[in-house]
Ligand binder design. Structure first.
Ligand code: BGC
Length: 592
């Protein structure tokens, strides 16, 4: 509760009382008479003595005056009785807390009146006038449901409290300018904050470097934010990714406020990236951002209906954000629309969700570029080998996957001009349902039969289809194998590249992709403003609107740069690659 300076000379008399409590006994009598005079002056300053209309206030202030004088006498008596300096007689007297607080942020100091009241309270006869001044409230923390960030810690007036990621348990690192913007939640020396209903974490107090005392929750120091002016404001939420409304949940730091359920819905498991990289990279990052968040994970095994059921189950289970890598980019619009109807934001992960307004973000690679890298590498290799007018086979990805369409378009942008110029022949071309390696093997087998094994190069859209095509060529007795492209830098593909069974792959650093998805999911969960640097204003049109997009850059990998790409990034270690039969080829590639 704040005192307006005009309503009551409250601060001044408090100062004076505190001052007396700090005097040596021999000075305290003199100080008491000075206080009496000063209180009189204050009454005069406020014109309470001259204005008859203010008579009631005068009466009240008169009572305060009596209480103060009585307090002084008690303090003096206690000091003398203890035969010690009065400075030790009042251990509960509040230090003056100086803090940069806005009008809406209560300061700690008024609580000092409690201490003075209590010191004299026991001895106060019932007839004695008592202070009627509004008793300042002790610091109490409340669990408050905030419409934007969920259940958070506030003070008793509903002002949001924050934690700072750079702090350590039991230690504030926010001083000077920082503390101006983020006033610490202060208490008087010796005062313990109180826990309101629903606040089950550990409350504590730390001493700051400036000698003031700050409240902690589960050991993390608590702050207000300067521009929060009324209860419910959360203007500091997510600022610089280091300030978060304090969660009531145990562990209590950043933004697990709303319980934090995020669904990660991946499309298949035949391609190894999803279980080996996407899932663990996403989970690790989210755990780091939000230790108490729960991830609802499902893999649809290339079944679009199953993915729909999994998404529905996740929504029923309380998912607050969907991160969806769709089996079927068009059918997934129904999932996005359902999520939207329940107020759940959706991130299209790796594959775009088409024809829906209800996609918040798209995170992927430049997939057209992936196709171009594959095709250009193949053309370059055939040139290097001196093959004139090569005959190639194209094994594309799943027609339901928007990425497959982009890879194909990118590849054709390289091949088609050569076809037109009569310098290359695409003898056979297949779209491969479900990206199935077995299906790719069948396709390649058909092509080889039709072409009498006369094939100079094979464009495969990913490493899984490349493994199928390679198996078909081996089964047909082709040796040496013509150059084959791929994508994903799967471990088996890197090994095939080293042993010469596959020419290239496209390395897409999944870690930054999965981590960006986790960060965005977390930002959406906590209603945090996404920094412009995240998307760099990029968008991709999904047939309905321009979806804000994070687009990463793919890299072509051949034997020559395995070391400086996938190994350097720790995508695979040398130990993982160079097993058994591959150890000798590893040495020639400089990996041994
Ligand atoms: C992904 C590829 C993956 C393929 C099969 C595409 O959407 O971008 O990395 O190999 O799906 O799952």
């Amino acid at each position: 509760m704040m005192d307006s300076g005009r309503a009551l000379p409250h601060w001044s008399h408090l100062d004076l009382i505190t001052n007396i409590a700090g005097q040596a006994p021999e000075n305290a009598g003199r100080e008491a008479s000075r206080v009496d005079t000063r209180v009189h002056d204050l009454l005069r300053e406020n014109k309470y003595l001259e204005n008859p209309k203010k008579k009631r206030s005068v009466n009240m202030l008169g009572k305060i005056r009596w209480t103060m004088i009585f307090s002084l006498v008690s303090v003096l008596a206690m000091s003398l009785a203890a035969c010690g300096p009065a400075t030790t007689a009042n251990p509960t007297a509040a230090p003056r807390v100086t803090q940069a607080a806005t009008a809406a942020i209560p300061t700690a100091a008024p609580r000092a009146t409690q201490a003075t009241g209590q010191e004299t309270g026991a001895a106060t006869p019932a007839t004695m006038p008592t202070a009627e001044a509004k008793a300042p409230q002790a610091v109490a923390l409340m669990a408050t449901k905030n419409p934007t960030v969920g259940e958070i810690l506030t003070n008793s007036q509903g002002m949001t409290l924050y934690t700072f990621k750079n702090d350590k348990p039991g230690e504030s690192t926010c001083y000077d300018a920082c503390a101006q913007n983020w006033p610490p939640l202060s208490v008087a020396k010796g005062e313990q904050p109180k826990a309101g209903e629903g606040v089950s974490g550990k409350l504590g107090v730390i001493e700051r470097k400036d000698g003031s005392y700050q409240v902690t929750y589960d050991d993390m120091p608590l702050y207000y934010y300067k521009t929060d002016t009324k209860p419910g404001d959360t203007n500091g939420q997510g600022l610089n990714n280091v300030w978060y409304a304090a969660s009531v949940a145990p562990g209590g730091s950043a933004a697990t406020a709303a319980g934090g359920k995020i669904a990660l819905l991946l499309p298949e498991s035949k391609t190894t990236r999803y279980e080996a990289h996407d899932r663990p990279d996403f989970e690790n990052k989210l755990k780091e951002l939000c230790p108490n968040c729960q991830i609802i994970y499902s893999n649809a095994n290339q079944d679009a209906n199953q993915q729909l059921s999994q998404a529905e189950a996740a929504l029923t289970n309380g998912a607050q954000v969907l991160v969806l890598d769709p089996v079927d980019s068009a059918a997934a619009a129904a999932i996005a629309d359902k999520a939207k109807a329940q107020g759940v934001p959706v991130i299209a992960y790796d594959r775009l969700i088409l024809n829906s307004n209800n996609v918040n973000y798209y995170i992927s690679f430049d997939n057209y570029k992936v196709g171009q890298l594959q095709a250009q590498s193949l053309v370059d290799r055939l040139n290097q080998e001196g093959v004139k007018n090569p005959v190639i086979v194209m094994i594309n990805g799943a027609p339901t996957d928007n990425n497959a369409k982009l890879f194909k378009e990118g590849a054709h942008s390289v091949f088609d001009p050569l076809v037109k110029a009569g310098q290359l022949t695409i003898a056979k071309e297949y779209d491969t349902p479900d990206w199935s390696p077995d299906q790719a093997q069948n396709e390649m087998q058909q092509a080889l039969t039709a072409l009498g094994n006369k094939v100079d190069g094979i464009y495969c859209a990913n490493d899984g289809t490349a493994s199928g095509a390679t198996a078909a060529m081996k089964a047909a007795g082709m040796k040496p194998l013509p150059p084959v492209t791929g994508q994903d830098a799967e471990l088996a593909a890197i090994q095939r590249i080293l042993s010469g069974e596959q020419y290239m792959t496209v390395y897409k650093a999944i870690k930054p992709e999965a981590e960006a998805a986790a960060q965005l999911a977390y930002d959406l969960l906590t209603n945090t403003k996404v920094p412009a640097s995240m998307t760099e204003s990029k968008t991709v049109n999904n047939g309905t609107f321009d979806v804000p997009s994070v687009l990463l850059t793919p890299v072509a990998v051949t034997k020559d740069n395995v070391k400086t790409t996938v190994v350097k990034d720790g995508f695979w270690t040398v130990q993982q690659i160079c097993t058994g039969a591959y150890s000798s080829t590893c040495q020639t590639a400089g990996l041994g």
